[in-house]
Design a protein. Structure first.
Lengths: 50, 173
């Protein structure tokens, strides 16, 4: 493992806690409730091992 | 989007990739994404080194203070053709891993060692990209459970059922 997106996640999570939303980037689509709501993230170009 | 956030990333063609990595076999590669500033860094090691050095220097912690760092990192290759990733350890060893998507695994009972035939198969794929690895010896193999969400993306935000509890797990840290 390395650093990867950890610094960015730390930044947007601090924004979410302090300001109520991710300001650097919109992180609303990463909501933990998205699976229960039937709205998983679908990217234009997905990873695939098919 | 990445460029808009200040990430240096560019698409390079086969000739440019060959120039960067002359030892790689790249005949079937049409395009590669290249990030000149990216690479492998040991997160735990870096944090521990910062802490140890700070203690040596009797450092006082000051919040909201910026400093500058000089970063040197080993290049990492994520190869979607051979489904392998690899990097040097900056000395004389080479780490090769695979990222074959979803496999069922019991987190309380999964293989603790990489099976010989699995290592052979990964090495074969890595050699496809880096032919020089044919002369390398296997030092050891490792296994692990890599927990991912169904859409492979992190969970960032409030866990509704727990009120004010925020979560930021399930991302490849």
């Amino acid at each position: 493992m390395s650093f990867k997106i950890s610094p960015a996640v730390g930044l947007v999570m601090s924004e979410l806690l302090v300001d109520g939303r991710g300001k650097t980037v919109d992180i609303s689509s990463f909501s933990p409730t998205r699976f229960a709501e039937g709205a998983p993230i679908k990217a234009e170009f997905e990873y695939s091992d098919d | 989007m990445q460029r808009g956030l200040g990430v240096k990333v560019e698409l390079i063609d086969r000739a440019q990739l060959k120039h960067l990595e002359p030892d790689w076999a790249v005949d079937e590669v049409d395009l590669a994404a290249y990030e000149p500033d990216s690479g492998y860094g040991d997160g735990a090691g870096a944090a521990n080194d910062f802490l140890a050095r700070a203690r040596d220097l009797r450092v006082m912690y000051l919040s909201k203070t910026e400093s500058s760092l000089r970063i040197e990192a080993e290049r990492v290759c994520i190869d979607s053709v051979t489904a392998t990733y690899f990097r040097s350890d900056a000395q004389d060893k080479f780490l090769v891993g695979d990222f074959y998507g979803r496999r069922g695994a019991d987190p309380d009972n999964f293989p603790q060692r990489a099976a010989h035939h699995e290592l052979e198969e990964i090495i074969e794929r890595a050699c496809h990209r880096v032919p020089k690895l044919e002369n390398a010896e296997v030092m050891r193999g490792a296994t692990g459970v890599y927990d991912m969400t169904p859409d492979w993306r992190p969970l960032l935000g409030e866990i509704g059922a727990l009120g004010d509890c925020m979560s930021a797990p399930a991302f490849p840290a």
